[in-house]
Design a protein around this ligand. Structure first.
Ligand SMILES: NC(=O)c1ccc[n+]([C@@H]2O[C@H](COP(=O)([O-])OP(=O)(O)OC[C@H]3O[C@@H](n4cnc5c(N)ncnc54)[C@H](OP(=O)(O)O)[C@@H]3O)[C@@H](O)[C@H]2O)c1
Length: 250
């Protein structure tokens, strides 16, 4: 299936590793010009080399989504180099781990900046061009914690649900302008984040009905589909990509 996004301009934040890099690759493979942003310059440079293999224009911007100005700077620079942004993949690292009684107020600050306000600011920054041009796709990457709270991840449980609420809200406001907004909820995926959270990664797959944890590209391809022309009647959803692990009905 041709996703119909050849020549579109995509910005993927947190795009130097894991799910973000996989999404950037899926979009580049479909013919998008891609800007990736993240904080570590070496990893970002390596990601650019990998993305260039797909033949489109690739740009990178060093930025921390927790920084108030970063979203607007990243969007302005992407626009200058690649043109107005058609596709935003709002992604970053996960929030600090811990039970509610363990996490500090400083941890709350990090989570709210990284996983809530970072996304809100990016949405604000890309929307004017998308609405004016009558086409846009925003895909947020959050977590299956939106459907089923995860013990020991209090900040994820709180901030991801807030993003899911914003996605539903914004989707209703701008769908009529041709801008579709959706959310992807990964289950356990083989990335640094999963290892960072500790536990036995090899054993983790046993609780997943498909019998293994997911690969980053299995989320990246779903992101690319939701960002595509083919997903033109999908708006406001939060889609699980968790190998069937969550027990929720819908
Ligand atoms: N992997 C899983 O099993 C899983 C499950 C559910 C949800 N998720 C969520 O999915 C998202 C992506 O996870 P992942 O597994 O791909 O993580 P990852 O492998 O740790 O990659 C995170 C990416 O985001 C960048 N990043 C981190 N903090 C950032 C910040 N403050 N500003 C800008 N860029 C930042 C990282 O690069 P720099 O460090 O260089 O900035 C890297 O490119 C996270 O929100 C994670 O919590 C993951």
């Amino acid at each position: 299936m041709d996703l119909g996004i050849r020549g579109r301009v995509a910005l993927v934040t947190g795009g130097s590793a894991g799910i973000g890099l996989a999404a950037a690759k899926s979009l580049a493979r479909e013919g998008c010009d891609v800007c990736v942003s993240a904080r570590n310059p070496e990893r970002l440079a390596d990601a650019v080399v990998e993305l260039q293999e797909f033949g489109g224009v690739v740009h990178a911007v060093l930025a921390d989504v927790e920084d108030q100005e970063a979203a607007f700077r990243v969007v302005a620079e992407t626009r200058e180099v690649l043109g107005p942004i058609d596709i935003l993949v709002a992604n970053a690292g996960g929030p600090p781990a811990g039970r509610f009684v363990e996490v500090s107020l400083a941890d709350w600050d990090v989570a709210v900046q990284r996983n809530l306000l970072g996304t809100v600011r990016l949405m604000h920054a890309v929307l004017p061009d998308m609405r004016e041009r009558g086409w846009g796709r925003i895909v947020t990457v959050t977590s299956r914690s939106v459907r089923e709270v995860i013990d020991g991840l209090a900040l994820s449980n709180a901030t991801r649900s807030a993003v899911a609420g914003i996605v539903r809200t914004l989707a209703r406001e701008v769908g009529g302008d041709g801008v579709l907004v959706n959310n992807v909820l990964p289950g356990p995926i083989d990335t640094e984040r999963l290892r960072e959270l500790g536990g036995d990664v090899a054993a983790r797959g046993k609780s997943v009905p498909v019998g293994r944890i997911g690969r980053p590209e299995e989320v990246g391809d779903v992101v690319a589909f939701l960002a595509s022309e083919r997903a033109s009647f999908v708006n406001g959803i939060s889609m699980l990509v968790d190998g069937g692990e969550s027990r929720v009905v819908a």
